[in-house]
Design a protein around this ligand. Structure first.
Ligand code: GDD
Ligand code: MN
Length: 414
């Protein structure tokens, strides 16, 4: 293979991680394209050829000549960058960057966007775990007016193919934590951990991005000026070659990132947006269902523990009454509050899964209830009934919000 006929490696930008508007020079010389897709790589030698081939096929059909692929490799010891560069004579729309100082997935993506000439900037993994055919759906969302289009595992048509229970649990736990620390960012998308998305350059131009670790989407939503976000379902495929670089370190970085974003984007903008988009009708239905649960709980407690009826011990009766009330609430929420979502997932194992999640979230809600009651009563308002009302209100919002985000969601592969 004649390496000399390949184009030169891209120069690595330095300085702030900031995307600028398209330069007038690029526009004038017609060097600009519609779409720039960055593929961050580290040790993807066995994947890279396939990735470039499949992406080219897909995009050649959809926007021929109007796109570029940018591989940003962090000086992989398996020489991914060198192999990638050798592909550039066969694929003229391919450009390759080899980073030697800086490292890390998120900054690699931004460095790639900094040299990009597209109006729309995207990212996709370099290991074929992100199905390329979803690209056209994402692009069509953008052309229909979205500022950002995210491939999501948690909307219709989405899922993970073979994840261990532990990985699912960690992924969900990370999402709940994020919803608590940064609701205005995490609450806007169903799959905030997605590394497969695209955004209009104009929505992020000028913002100084400062991501830690893997989760670049959070940073872009948190600091960009993004109005409309569209989501497209996708199934996260298994890796065929190479291995994932995710370790426990990524979880620590993620928490660090959440807190930093929280502190540095003190603006209320996102919270306002969240309030404006709050699903009021659903919340009212959820509240009514909750109220029906109170009556169920009372009635069962009476039947089981009242001396004039069964006269069972109080704690045992209360546990049973509580669980029956949870079951009651689940049925109503499934059939009414979230009817539109459950209609699309009618299978028994899907219902069971929703029920188990609902249970776990309500249980956490109960603990939150007790905690808030104690904090408010001991430190703020020394009236147990007002304190209890506040605790119930907070626990209800928790139950609603987390169930909305996690229980009545599409998570299965069709
Ligand atoms: N340049 C560069 N530098 N690329 C990297 C680095 C790095 O330090 N670390 C990983 N990559 C590349 C990999 O080569 C791959 O193309 C892509 O980034 C994703 O890395 P994986 O290690 O395969 O991640 P994953 O499959 O576990 O995680 C994926 O799923 C997450 C969803 O939970 C990624 O797509 C994440 O972006 C996504 O958030
Ligand atoms: Mn991967």
């Amino acid at each position: 293979m004649n390496v000399n006929s390949s184009s030169a490696l891209l120069t690595v930008p330095t300085g702030a991680l900031q995307i600028s508007d398209l330069s007038p020079a690029d526009v004038e010389t017609k060097a600009e394209v519609y779409f720039s897709l960055v593929i961050p790589t580290y040790k993807e030698r066995d994947n890279i050829q396939n990735v470039v081939r499949v992406l080219t096929q897909t995009l050649d059909e959809y926007i021929p000549e109007d796109y570029e692929l940018i591989i940003v490799d962090d000086d992989s010891p398996d020489l991914t960058w060198e192999l990638a560069q050798s592909l550039t004579h066969e694929y003229p729309q391919l450009r390759v960057m080899r980073r030697q100082g800086e490292r890390g997935l998120s900054s690699a993506v931004i460095r790639g966007w900094q040299v990009a000439r597209g109006q729309v900037l995207g990212v996709i993994d370099g290991d074929l775990q992100h199905p390329p055919e979803v690209l056209t759906q994402l692009l069509s969302q953008i052309s229909q007016g979205a500022d950002m289009a995210v491939a999501s595992r948690h909307v219709d048509g989405g899922g993970v193919s073979r994840w261990s229970a532990i990985r699912r649990f960690l992924s969900r736990g990370a999402q709940v934590l994020g919803l608590i620390i940064l609701p205005g960012v995490l609450g806007r998308v169903s799959d905030p951990m997605s590394g497969y998305f695209m955004v209009r350059r104009s929505s992020i131009a000028g913002a100084i991005l400062n991501p830690v670790g893997y989760k670049i989407l959070l940073e872009v939503i948190g600091r960009g000026k993004i109005q409309k976000i569209a989501e497209v379902g996708y199934v996260f495929c298994e890796r065929k070659e190479g291995e994932s670089k995710v370790t426990w370190k990524q979880y620590v970085e993620y928490i660090h990132h959440l807190i930093r974003l929280r502190l540095s984007t003190g603006r209320l903008k996102h919270v306002n947006q969240l309030v404006a988009n709050f699903p009021v009708g659903r919340f009212l239905r959820f509240g009514l269902v909750g109220l029906s649960g109170v009556f169920v709980d009372m009635a069962v407690l009476y039947l089981l523990s009242d001396p004039s009826t069964l006269g069972l011990p109080l704690t045992r009766s209360k546990i049973i009454a509580g669980e029956i009330a949870i079951f009651n609430n689940f049925l109503w929420n499934d059939a009414w509050t979230f009817a539109d979502i459950s209609a699309r997932q009618q299978q028994w194992h899907q219902r069971l899964k929703r029920f188990l999640k609902f249970n776990a979230i309500c249980l956490a809600g109960l603990m939150l209830n007790v905690l808030v009651l104690n904090v408010v009563f001991n430190f703020l308002i020394r009236n147990r009934y007002i304190a209890n009302l506040i605790a119930i209100a907070i626990a209800t919002i928790w139950n609603f919000w987390v169930n909305l985000k996690l229980s009545w969601r599409v998570t299965d592969v069709k």
